[in-house]
Write a protein that binds this ligand. Structure first.
Ligand SMILES: [Zn+2]
Length: 229
């Protein structure tokens, strides 16, 4: 996990960005990284993460391949590309079922993968954002073509919504733009055993790998189709 600081009342993200990164222009990216759309709505004492600067700077676009498109960077682009989930969030932190009906689809896999929580069962598809359906197909077709099929042993989950606590950041799994693979050997905070070739194929299709994060936030089971969040 990156460094964290507690916010004082009416924090100025511009000031924090200036102080920690030497660049006030990173204010919006820093707020968005923390899942905060309106800096004024921040609660006093709320913890925000200060990721390495490279996480806040928009990366060079991944060249769009046949099926894939470029991943969004930062919260505003995620909302614009995959839908404004906040409009579906209820006061108690749960989600309107319409969100899932409108945005989440079943992405068929070119070959089945055992489920992490019950290896006797095979996943033939993954529940992800409807726009990611062709991307998922592309990733696993490429893995198969590269002879890496056996390197992904289990599927740990795609779309998942957990009730949002006040001031907590929504997971990218809430948009259906993240998938977890081989969770038993790639626990949060561990180095894990994800195959570098698998990581490379995901990268080539526009995914960011959670194993690239540092410290407690290192998440080697996790691949997400966005950056800067
Ligand atoms: Zn994950």
């Amino acid at each position: 996990m990156a460094k964290q600081i507690a916010l004082t009342a009416r924090p100025s993200f511009a000031r924090i960005a200036e102080e920690h990164y030497g660049d006030r222009k990173l204010a919006a990216a820093l707020a968005g990284y923390n899942g905060i759309r309106d800096a004024k709505a921040v609660v006093k004492g709320q913890l925000i993460e200060l990721p390495p600067k490279r996480e806040l700077v928009a990366p060079k676009r991944v060249a769009a391949t046949r099926a894939a498109f470029a991943p969004p960077n930062g919260l505003q682009e995620i909302l614009a590309t995959f839908g404004d989930i906040y409009k579906f969030l209820k006061a108690d932190g749960t989600i309107d079922p319409k969100w899932e009906l409108q945005q989440i689809a079943s992405a068929p896999l070119p070959y089945p993968i055992p489920l992490a929580w019950d290896r006797t069962k095979l996943a033939k598809s993954m529940r992800v954002h409807r726009k990611l359906v062709p991307v998922i197909n592309e990733v696993f077709t490429k893995l198969d073509a590269a002879g890496l099929r056996s390197k992904v042993r289990t599927y740990g989950g795609g779309y998942s919504f957990r009730a949002k606590r006040t001031s907590s950041k929504l997971s990218t799994h809430c948009w259906g733009i993240a998938i977890d693979l081989d969770p038993t050997t790639n626990a949060l905070g561990s180095v894990g055993d994800m195959d570098p070739g698998v990581v490379e194929v995901f990268r080539s299709c526009g995914f960011k790998w959670g194993g690239d994060w540092t410290g407690r936030g290192k998440d080697p089971m996790h691949f997400q189709f966005c950056t800067g969040y």
